[in-house]
Design a protein around this ligand. Structure first.
Ligand code: 13P
Ligand code: SF4
Length: 307
């Protein structure tokens, strides 16, 4: 933290003091800015953070991520105060599906089971049969008794699952604008610049990108894969926030972005100041109406129980 300013240091001390006094746990997604990951009690991918949110003994969960992540924490722990330090942090992909349209599509397809990526609202989870993350999508798809599934909202994750299971998977036309925009040309240029590097891609990337990948992983999966691999250079086909935790975990290895365009502004909306204010005044509290929470809990819990 040698480049942090005096103000940052003061904020960090304040956050640490408040977190201790209020028995709060700070969770941060792997894409969060470095200074946020540095103050977090736990950093991870969506699955790891969901599991931690369901197990923690803290009274307050400060979720440094985007809205659906804090909502998922509340769904699992309604007796806790869940704070999203900047409530403007959303996920464009989560906004590409709504419960009314999803119900209608499910009916149209003869009420086949709906598998919903955690990158979705509580209301969408509530009309789904089970949730999944990038880390467990194949396991979740294989756990479904039916041969046909409707998967929302990410078409790329659904295509990835379809390529790795025997299920017939109906797509929803959603996508992550940053992963979906990665092109073959971007990957070819990155490989030309770093010929010894392996290319690791996130399953939110389109199929033509996944075809080029040496490995397909969730964000934490990428960190583990880099540690286990004999290679010492990697091109990352994911949001560039991952460069910080992966380089920190493997300081002797080199990591390069597949494209500088893979930058999610929503994942950078939480600052140290937001965290301090939110903890001090309990602002940014996330709640879900109880009927929706209970219905959504069924889908989230089924996923966690599959572990
Ligand atoms: P994971 O960290 O679960 O792989 O998710 C990536 C993502 O896009 C979260 O918004
Ligand atoms: Fe949503 Fe993509 Fe940003 Fe993740 S990286 S929060 S999927 S827009």
């Amino acid at each position: 933290m040698n480049d942090s300013t005096g103000t940052d240091q003061m904020l960090i001390k304040k956050i640490q003091k408040l977190a201790k006094e209020k028995n709060a746990i700070i969770l941060a997604h792997n894409y969060q800015p470095p200074e946020i990951q540095q103050i977090a009690d736990l950093c991870g991918d969506s699955l790891e953070l969901s599991i931690q949110a369901s197990k923690t003994l803290a009274d307050i969960i400060v979720f440094c991520g985007v809205h659906f992540m804090a909502e998922t924490a509340y769904i699992l722990s309604p007796d806790k105060t869940v704070l999203l330090p900047n409530p403007d942090a959303g996920c464009p992909m989560a906004d590409m599906v709504d419960p009314v349209a999803l119900r209608a599509r499910k009916r149209e397809l003869g009420n086949i089971p709906v598998v919903t990526y955690v990158n979705s609202s509580a209301a969408v989870k509530a009309v789904s049969d089970i949730c999944c993350t990038s880390a467990n999508v194949i396991k979740v798809a294989n756990s479904i008794a039916s041969d046909e599934i409707l998967m929302t909202p990410d078409k790329n994750l659904a295509l990835y699952a379809a390529a790795n299971t025997d299920k017939k998977i109906h797509l929803w036309e959603g996508y992550c604008p940053f992963h979906n925009n990665l092109t073959v040309q971007d990957v070819t240029s990155a490989r030309a610049a770093h010929p010894k590097a392996l290319f690791i891609a996130h399953p939110e990337c389109p199929p033509n990108i996944l075809e080029l990948a040496d490995s397909i992983q969730s964000t934490s999966g990428m960190i583990r894969f880099a540690g286990q691999s004999n290679a010492d250079q990697f091109i990352l086909g994911t949001e560039n926030g991952l460069l910080y935790p992966i380089s920190k975990a493997h300081p002797r290895k080199k990591f390069y972005p597949a494209s500088d365009k893979m930058y999610c502004p929503d994942m950078k909306k939480i600052t140290l100041n937001h965290v301090a204010i939110s903890l001090e005044n309990l602002t940014g509290e996330i709640k879900v109406p109880e009927d929706i929470r209970l219905a959504a809990l069924g889908s989230v819990q089924k996923m966690i129980d599959l572990k």
